[in-house]
Design a binder for this molecule. Sequence first.
Ligand SMILES: C[S@@+](CC[C@H](N)C(=O)[O-])C[C@H]1O[C@@H](n2cnc3c(N)ncnc32)[C@H](O)[C@@H]1O
Length: 325
Amino acid sequence: MKPSLAHRLDFFRYGPSGRRFEFARKVAEAVRENPAPDSARYFDVGEFKSFEQFEIKYRQLAEELGHPGKIPAPGEMDFLHAMVDLDDVRYPGGIGSRDYFFLTALVSILAPRRVIEIGTLTGFSTAIIAAAIYRQHGAGLPPGRDGVTVETIDSHTHCSIDQTRPIGFEIPDLIPDLVSTVRVHTGRESDLVHEIASPGEFGLAFIDADHRHPWPLLDVLRLAPYLERGGWILLHDIQLGTYGQAERDAGKQLEGGTPYGAEWLFDRWPFRKIRSFHIGAIELPPRKDALIPFALTLMNEPFELTGKAANRIRRAIYQTFAGLV
Ligand SMILES: C[S@@+](CC[C@H](N)C(=O)[O-])C[C@H]1O[C@@H](n2cnc3c(N)ncnc32)[C@H](O)[C@@H]1O
């Protein structure tokens, strides 16, 4: 890809002050040197509809991820059974069982020591991740930074589903013994990552926050430098836009918006990826600067934010390039 004049001007305009020329040159180089791959591996593991399917699909995923023969850790299935038993009394807004089966399988197979999550709400998915990490590494092995294995960030301090409840309030109920392995950061966005981690520190990320394009892209670009080489990022709601449109076409009234941000990001991702119905995992390319031409292409899709918010996010995306070159 050859950077256009408009792109070059933007590289200059949004570059760090004092380093604008160098930044613009490096970013233009990254764009030229990283043509989109002709094809990349795409694996659709399908929906996790039952416990039987959990075991079958776990094996398939383990094979796909280069861990053939790996099986769920002791206690993993019991924990999932306990979570499914809660289904009738669950708070709204958290991921459903098909999605947390996939999330558990991925954490279990890849066995990262440190995971970062964007979009905490009650802390349901946070607890799922913390439990899966614990089952892989146990209490005896050296845990992550300060004993924390999951860093979770939410832009709010209280839950949209119940304003009297603080973000992450469910965590002590769901994983009482593992509360100290989770750190909840509220009132902040994904740019907090540079204050709480070192480059390459996380083995996995889960993004389930603002789905309006290009927020999920910005979250990926901000987290990428802090993920290990070839690390995976999970994206939730990768069919939300299409699903919402189909419902509206069928005459249904939907309360909230159904943005396309996560869907476009997953569909257009030119590197390796794995889908399981509404949730997907994307693998970072070996050269992180290869994300820059992809980001520029994806920014051609219409932003689902307008006015100052759109300008702010455009600038923030360009600023992430400094961490990728
Ligand atoms: C769908 S909920 C997360 C559900 C949670 N992952 C689960 O499955 O249990 C989305 C959360 O993202 C938060 N959020 C929205 N925009 C955000 C942003 N730009 N950065 C961080 N969090 C954001 C909201 O406050 C909300 O609590």
